[in-house]
Design a protein around this ligand. Structure first.
Ligand SMILES: [Zn+2]
Length: 306
């Protein structure tokens, strides 16, 4: 398999391809970081319960520090990195009713589909980091209060000194393939007619291939050839802070027995069926929208690229 070939000529997945220089070396200078966060240089994003503020003409609404300071809790302020030579920051807005007239709060998934790739990736970083900081005000080791350090790249406990780093939760999402057909499933809570690749969190002491095989067997009762599982591509997924790891998995036992706690249905779809689903012409089945890596995996398989 050739990753370059898979990516060539296709848009990056939404939230991937961040243009930011995250400034690892800059972050080591705490005084310099504090000065940067408190200074007037650069541009700020404001998020409201994880949702971004967009310009009414489209694109992220970038604030100057003096503007956002009246809207946001600046103690949540984070350094994201440098973009086109300017430092970029994010903070949580607390007074949404005072936003500029040409700014609008936009739901996260709607924003993801509207933003360009650079800004979608920057927003994903801001969303995941702000959410992590909001949930980690206290030390998991001793219960003491923690303080953001390194411009928000970590937190440190004021009492015991433990360091805490933003976590990323790995999720395998896999297209199980049996010759000219692939397995898709659906959960009862999804919109009617939507089918997707199966997915699950990687557990401790487990490889990606093992997580893939376990999830497919648990949820759908099928078995795969672990040695044949291949990585296709990844996608940051800031709901809340996952990394989607796209795999393709050859099947050795294709008999489907679903776990009704996980899935409402799972079944095999022919390559032609998947093509009609992607084209939107299937009679009663459809794929998730273009922001989903599951759709990209299906596109690559339908085109014979994986
Ligand atoms: Zn502690």
């Amino acid at each position: 398999m050739n990753d370059r070939k898979i990516l060539a000529g296709r848009d990056p997945l939404v939230f991937a391809g961040s243009p930011l220089d995250r400034g690892d070396q800059l972050r080591r200078d705490e005084a310099g970081m504090a000065a940067l966060l408190g200074g007037d240089d650069g541009w700020w994003l404001g998020l409201i319960e994880g949702d971004p503020v967009l310009q009414d003409q489209g694109g992220l609404f970038w604030f100057r520090r003096s503007e956002i300071a009246s809207l946001a809790d600046m103690t949540t302020g984070l350094f994201l990195g440098h973009y086109k030579g300017s430092p970029c920051f994010a903070a949580t807005i607390t007074t949404a009713d005072q936003l500029p007239l040409d700014a609008e709060i936009t739901p996260a998934r709607q924003a993801a589909m509207a933003l360009g790739h650079d800004e979608a990736a920057i927003y994903a970083q801001a969303k995941a980091l702000l959410a992590w900081h909001a949930r980690h005000g206290f030390c998991a080791a001793c219960g003491g209060a923690t303080t953001a350090k390194s411009g928000g790249g970590r937190r440190q406990c004021d009492a015991c000194g433990s360091e805490h780093f933003p976590r990323v939760d790995p999720v395998v999402i896999m297209l199980a393939v049996d010759g000219e057909r692939c397995l898709l499933g659906r959960q009862a809570s999804w919109p009617e007619g939507i089918w997707s690749a199966l997915a699950g969190f990687v557990e401790p002491a487990e490889t990606l291939e093992e997580a893939c095989a376990r999830e497919l067997e648990e949820e759908a009762g099928i078995k795969v050839d672990i040695a044949g599982v291949r990585y296709v591509m990844g996608q940051p997924w800031p709901f809340a802070s996952s990394l989607m790891i796209g795999l393709v998995a050859p099947v050795t036992d294709a008999n489907v027995t679903i776990d009704p706690h996980e899935l409402e249905q799972a079944r095999w779809f022919s390559r032609d069926e998947v093509r009609t689903m992607l084209a939107g012409t299937h009679a009663d089945a459809a794929m998730p929208p273009s922001i989903a890596i599951a759709r990209r995996l299906a596109e690559l398989w339908a085109d014979g690229d994986i």
